[in-house]
Write a protein that binds this ligand. Structure first.
Ligand code: UDP
Length: 483
């Protein structure tokens, strides 16, 4: 472990969601490996969920701590226990939680007064605009931790410049993203909603303003993955460093498995199940921590996986497991039917551990950016099933730019609780069969390219690699700002 600096203290503040806390915790480890003191700010219930991951870092001698701040959500109308986006029972409640995070501002300022060493900078997600005021009050720089790719940042910028949402074209008509080197087509229906309620609108405006005041940005990506888009973003924001894929900081079984919640399966059992499969034969199907999937769609996914004749691991999340789903699984004797070929994990999967196993040959994913990058890092090609938010951008990136994915064919970005559109079981089956067909040139090419990107990802984080160097540059920038 190289100790480049000792006195710096980075304060990391993630939005209260798995897809922010997990990568920021990984990034904290990468920073601490370079001799920086790192504190991650969170709330009591999140602290309980993530402390195993911090414990591994402490055991390996890293100067890292997670500091819980009381979160009086009840005062702003949140139900008890609602401290993470995945515990918000509706999209509205998730917005409430995001907006309510500002109640942490004063307790955080009180805590900062007492911290020793005093913080040198704040790194926080863009959805926490109030953290900019905290940084300003303490006269320390703030950096934004981007949880999307440079491709997404730049395409969204180009589409907003072209005012696509204001044009007359219909929801299903396609248009090209202007001024980029790849042919990337969207429909309006695939873009995240632009019409917000007044309170959300003013919050989004605040995010935009504070982005301009931030000193710089770090992106969980690596330069070799999207060089043109990284350069494009640097034209907009000079101080931008790609420092990922951060998940690759987890090296051993315990580190790979203790990310986010406790895994709902015995890791050794999961590994020996995978050991007993042929190399690159298994489909891993998981849809992240937030997307809402109807019971009808869950059934179609199950039937499609079963009919594909392919070994699979299927995650039925707590979010998915309604009384209707459980009844269907029991009545159909689904688990007995797939026994020997399919493994169902109910709850939380050790995703990075599973993806890094050589028997995994494909990832059926909702295209969240963390999952996308974790698939890329493992060298695994993907079947893309975007559902909401910026996930359609990630699908275009995987399929049209990197050419390591096959679309399932889901076309509408959900704006409400969940989409009514249904992908039928035979479409799931056909996609998996086409994807796994080794006689198919396209498929072989996809697999080769995915392996190549996996190797590039690992090289980026090794000493001398681009992300390793960018972390050095970021640390130097903080030192300069603190002079
Ligand atoms: N994840 C996991 N186990 C699960 C589901 C998700 O470890 O069963 C992790 C996954 O590895 C990723 C994060 O949760 O790091 C999900 O982030 P992503 O951006 O992919 O999707 P989101 O949760 O925002 O939809």
């Amino acid at each position: 472990m190289a100790s480049e600096v000792t006195q710096l203290h980075f304060l990391l503040i993630p939005l209260m969601s798995q897809s922010h806390i997990i990568p920021l915790t990984d990034f904290a480890k990468l920073l601490a490996q370079r001799g920086v003191v790192v504190s991650i700010i969170t709330t009591p219930l999140n602290y309980i969920r993530y402390k195993a991951s911090i414990q591994h870092a402490l055991e390996s001698g890293l100067t890292i701590q997670m500091l819980p701040l009381e979160f009086p959500g009840g005062q702003v109308g949140l139900p008890p226990g609602c401290e993470n986006m995945d515990s918000a029972a509706s999209v509205d409640l998730a917005w409430d939680l995001m907006l309510a995070s500002e109640i942490l501002k004063s307790p955080l300022e009180e805590m900062i007064e007492k911290l020793d060493p005093s913080p040198s900078c704040i790194i926080s997600t863009s959805a926490l605009p109030w953290t900019q005021q905290v940084a300003d009050n303490f006269k320390i720089p703030r950096y934004i931790f981007e949880t999307v790719s440079c491709f997404t940042l730049l395409c969204a910028h180009k589409l907003s410049q072209a005012r696509i949402q204001e044009t007359e074209i219909s929801d299903s008509e396609s248009f090209l993203v202007p001024d980029i080197p790849h042919r990337v087509e969207f429909t309006k229906a695939q873009l995240p909603a632009r019409e917000y309620s007044d309170r959300v609108k003013s919050f989004v405006e605040q995010i935009g303003k504070t982005m301009l005041s931030a000193r710089g940005a770090v992106v969980n990506s690596f330069e070799e993955l999207e060089p043109w888009y990284v350069e494009g973003c640097r034209k907009e924001r000079q101080r931008l460093w790609c420092i990922g894929p951060v998940s690759l900081c987890n090296k051993n079984l315990a580190e790979k498995s203790d990310r986010g919640d406790k895994a709902s399966i015995d890791e050794q059992y999961c590994m020996s199940w995978l050991d007993s499969r042929e190399p690159r034969s298994v489909i891993y199907a998981c849809f992240g921590s937030l997307s809402r999937i109807s019971a009808a769609q869950i059934k179609e996914i199950g039937l499609g996986l079963e009919a594909s004749n392919c070994p699979f691991i299927w995650i039925i999340r707590s979010l998915d497991s309604s009384a209707e789903v459980e009844k269907w699984l029991a009545e159909e004797k689904f688990e007995q039917r797939i026994e020997g070929r399919g493994l169902i994990i109910r709850g939380w999967a050790p995703q990075v551990l599973i993806l890094s196993h050589p028997s995994v040959g494909g990832f059926l994913t909702h295209c969240g950016w963390n999952s996308t990058l974790e698939g890329i890092s493992a060298g695994v090609p993907m079947i893309t099933w975007p559902m909401c938010a910026e996930q359609f951008y990630n699908e275009k990136f995987i399929v049209d730019v990197l050419k390591i994915g096959l679309r399932i064919g889901f076309e509408v970005c959900a704006v409400a609780e969940q989409s009514n559109a249904l992908v039928k079981w035979d479409q799931v089956k056909k996609s998996i069969e086409k994807f796994m067909d080794d006689r198919d040139d396209e498929g072989r090419d996809r697999r080769r390219r995915a392996q190549k990107f996996g190797e590039m990802a690992k090289a980026a984080l090794e000493q001398g690699g681009s992300s390793y160097l960018n972390i050095t540059l970021l640390i130097q920038d903080v030192m300069q700002a603190c002079k």
